[in-house]
Design a protein around this ligand. Sequence first.
Ligand code: ADP
Ligand SMILES: Nc1ccn([C@@H]2O[C@H](COP(=O)(O)O)[C@@H](O)[C@H]2O)c(=O)n1
Length: 278
Amino acid sequence: MLKISAFCFAKSRLNVLKEMRNICHRKIFTKMCDAKLNGKVNGLDGKTPFLIGVSGGTASGKSTVCKRIMEKLGQVDVDHTQRQVVCISQDSFYRDLTPSEIQKAEKGLFNFDHPDAFNESLMKETLMDILAGKIVQIPTYDYKNHSLRKDEIITIYPADVVLFEGILVFYFPEVRKLFHMKLFVDTDSDTRLARRVPRDINERGRDLEQVLCQYMNFVKPAFEEFCSPTKKFADVIIPRGADNTVAIDLIVHHIWDILHGTERENNYKSIPSTQSRT
Ligand SMILES: Nc1ncnc2c1ncn2[C@@H]1O[C@H](COP(=O)(O)OP(=O)(O)O)[C@@H](O)[C@H]1O
Ligand SMILES: Nc1ccn([C@@H]2O[C@H](COP(=O)(O)O)[C@@H](O)[C@H]2O)c(=O)n1
């Protein structure tokens, strides 16, 4: 039974790829489909997604950079079940808070920028499942209620490229070593604060005093202690975030090369290298 469903799944994926090959006019994605039809995935025979970590301070533009990368790979309008490139937020791995922690969070007195706020083991297990080609389910995060939306689960199907973005994605060594490529979005702190204030008020249900108090007490000190020092682990630092179209184009070209095997021997192994990059 399992074998039959696996066969049907593989067959329907093949049909989808053929269909995509017919309708896809973008050069990059057409070549990605060709490689898959030839039995190669990520330039390799096995199914190991290319895992990219994207870090940077709050409101540095991590999500926007990921969106640009997906756009350039022709993936934004693709149905989520068929996507070859997916993006996951580290915020989906905030740990559940106790009732007293929720009370603190509601007053802006909980430190969401400290590594202890995250469920490290779940983050690692999920990324390892993704690397193993498994389908995984990830809750979305509700910033207004400081909790995971367990009724709003995103299903991540095996994809060629998985972007994992968040303030502390390079902090945990066991998570860090899973990435094939590490990007750090480096936007100056004034710009980040100027973006965070309206975002938190308009989208995350906060008031000005709460945003500034949380920023001064937790966000800024934790950035300096935990996030900024992880910049040294990055393979590529992207100054000015999504405004830096040259950097984004170079990264997209590099991903494209890897997906087609041109960089395979040197840069991409099915298990990410831990040498000198951990
Ligand atoms: N290059 C940019 N120019 C202007 N606004 C930007 C730029 N990049 C991001 N933003 C805005 O700043 C806010 C934070 O960006 P986002 O990409 O969500 O950052 P992060 O994922 O690092 O928190 C959003 O409101 C976004 O629209
Ligand atoms: N309940 C929460 C959870 C997180 N935050 C803040 O979000 C920031 C991380 O998200 P970015 O998109 O800005 O990278 C982080 O700095 C937390 O302070 C929050 O305010 N409330």
